[in-house]
Design a protein around this ligand. Structure first.
Ligand SMILES: Cc1ncc(COP(=O)(O)O)c(C=O)c1O
Length: 382
């Protein structure tokens, strides 16, 4: 039976997983080796050197390619290394249209590093398809989208973005870190490449940093395989093993992330000290209808406004169960103050333009009992 015939949670557990050929171990071992012994010159088992091939990493790559519905995937040392590898598909003079509210590190890579190599970037609000269309130039080669965005939870219509991109012979790249492939599968809407920081929901346990690119086009697959080896920013065998362990429980974890995200959003929306809540699962979200169309569940990420920066800092400092920390997607709930933490490197005028105010608080809902999370945020607000 092919993986396409299996259902999502079964694919998470079984895709890319065979009992270890030498022992029958059900779990793919951590092949902690730098090289492989060859029987004679030119005669080997498909493994020559561990930057180029590693069985633990290959098992993870097959697993996540199936989870995202792609043809192949390549694992890197971090989400940023994965995005850097995607950028090597570009050549000097190329232009990229980018969601204006991407992860700050993505903006930093594009604006401070890649712009030195005659690559050009236009940052637009991709939640309006007409703005994507207007930003495309003859030299545009890539449309790089994040949906939902961090932390203001704006959505991009992936089917519309794919239609525009392909009409102009542009690749659509989607950073799917925030949603996870359980909630949103961009390839089904026409994305050419999907990227994840595996640090987040795919690993899910806040104990590994990594990234992965999932591809469907044969030319992209050949190039990414080449670049993974040529640049060498590979995911280690141990981290590959940790993420493989994480993806086995992705489907069940995401059910609870969705429940907890919705429960916190509904509680906060009814709280008198909260002026607004940004969560795609609330009917008040301006793109709730789109969320219902392209997401299965609404995820564990939400933001809310408490009116002043002082109040936002107080809420973050007063939680007892939630942890004040950057990152997201782990089993434990995290709270953060985006304007002074994750988005401090974004200039204040850009923060204002995307609606990221100093009075905003972001939560990555974990998988604890939702009543305990509500009790915690209630006492912090009171
Ligand atoms: C949406 C998104 N993409 C990419 C990254 C970068 O991933 P990493 O920290 O694993 O390099 C992050 C990190 O927070 C992120 O939130």
């Amino acid at each position: 039976m092919t993986h396409r015939a299996l259902r999502f949670s079964t694919i998470c557990i079984h895709a890319g997983q065979q009992p270890d050929p030498s022992t029958g171990a059900i779990i793919t071992p951590i092949y902690q080796t730098s090289t492989y012994v060859q029987e004679e010159v030119g005669k080997h088992k498909g493994y020559e050197y561990a930057r180029t091939q590693n069985p633990t990493r290959s098992a993870l790559e097959q697993n996540i390619a199936a989870i995202e519905g792609g043809k192949a995937s390549y694992a890197f040392a971090s989400g940023m290394a994965a995005i850097g590898a995607i950028a090597t598909l570009l050549q000097s003079g190329d232009h990229v249209v980018v969601t204006d509210n991407t992860y700050g590190g993505t903006f930093r890579l594009f604006d401070k590093v890649l712009s030195r190599y005659q690559l050009h970037f236009s940052y637009v609000d991709t939640s309006h398809p007409e703005l994507i269309e207007q930003a495309i130039r003859p030299e545009t080669k890539m449309l790089f989208v994040e949906t939902p965005t961090n932390p203001v939870m704006r959505l991009t219509d992936l089917a519309a973005a794919a239609e525009i991109a392909h009409r102009h012979h542009v690749r659509l790249v989607v950073d799917n870190t925030f949603a996870s492939p359980c909630v949103q599968r961009p390839i089904e809407f026409g994305a050419d490449l999907v990227v994840h920081s595996t640090t987040k929901y795919l690993n899910g346990h806040s104990d590994s940093v990594g990234g992965i690119v999932i591809a469907v086009r044969d030319d992209d697959i050949a190039w990414l395989k080449f670049v993974q080896n040529a640049e060498g920013a590979i995911l280690s065998p141990f981290d590959s093993w940790l993420v493989l362990r994480g993806t086995k429980t992705l489907a069940v974890r995401m059910v609870q992330h969705n429940v907890n995200g919705q429960a916190l959003a509904e509680f906060l929306a009814a709280h008198p000290k909260v002026t607004s809540v940004m969560y795609p699962g609330l009917p008040s979200h301006p793109q709730h209808a789109l969320a219902k169309r392209q997401m299965r569940g609404f995820g564990g990420m939400l933001s809310f406004d408490v009116g002043t920066e002082d109040a936002a800092r107080r809420v973050c400092n007063r939680v007892r169960l939630m942890a004040l920390a950057e990152s997201l997607g782990g089993v434990e709930t995290l709270i953060s103050h985006p304007s002074s933490m994750t988005h401090a490197s974004v200039p204040p005028e850009r923060r204002a333009a995307i609606g990221l105010s100093d009075s905003l608080v972001r939560i990555s809902a974990g998988i604890e009992d939702p009543e305990d999370l509500i009790d915690d945020i209630r006492q912090a607000l009171d």
